[in-house]
Design a protein around this ligand. Structure first.
Ligand SMILES: [Zn+2]
Length: 163
């Protein structure tokens, strides 16, 4: 069975996208306000933005009180856990991608597989930028080259782990 990945904000910021079936919640989508990250969101094929059912959110809050994580869990985190729980109980093979320790902890308590992102960062990280089709300069954003006026095209650039 193909794995469904539930993605938290850091997955978009680090561009750590597993491919395949990917889901996130509206609260995370709203959290990713950074322009480049939003471009990534829009480019992602197969990303579904799903609001989890309230009953799952209730079970997550209950579990958070049980583990003492309730103060450390944001609305977005809670929704991600609720979505992962919902998909798991729908019979899917789910992995929650998050770097947040409280979320990982709570995922374990709920029987959800949680995978951290940062360890793999050096291997697969890329950034998106726009490259001018005329002069070849690159820019973080825009449709038209401010230097020569040619159209810009999306381009992937691997990130090498720096100093
Ligand atoms: Zn140009």
């Amino acid at each position: 069975m193909a794995t469904t990945y539930v993605l938290d904000t850091s997955a978009f910021i680090y561009w750590m996208l597993p491919g395949g079936e990917m889901e996130t919640v509206p609260a995370v989508y709203a959290e990713v306000k950074d322009e480049r990250s939003r471009i990534r969101l829009e480019l992602m094929e197969g990303l579904r933005v799903v609001e989890p059912d309230a009953s799952y959110a209730g079970r997550v809050s209950e579990a958070a009180r049980g583990t003492g994580d309730d103060k450390r869990i944001s609305k977005a985190d809670g929704d991600l856990l609720a979505l992962a729980l919902q998909e798991k109980e729908a019979g899917k093979d789910v992995a929650l991608l998050t770097d947040d320790y409280a979320v990982q902890n709570l995922a374990r308590a709920l029987g959800i597989r949680a995978t951290a992102l940062r360890q793999k960062k050096s291997r697969a990280s890329v950034v998106w930028e726009k490259q001018c089709t005329g002069c070849g300069r690159t820019f973080p954003d825009g449709e038209t080259c401010p230097v020569c006026g040619s159209p810009l095209r999306m381009k992937k650039r691997p990130v090498t782990r720096g100093k």
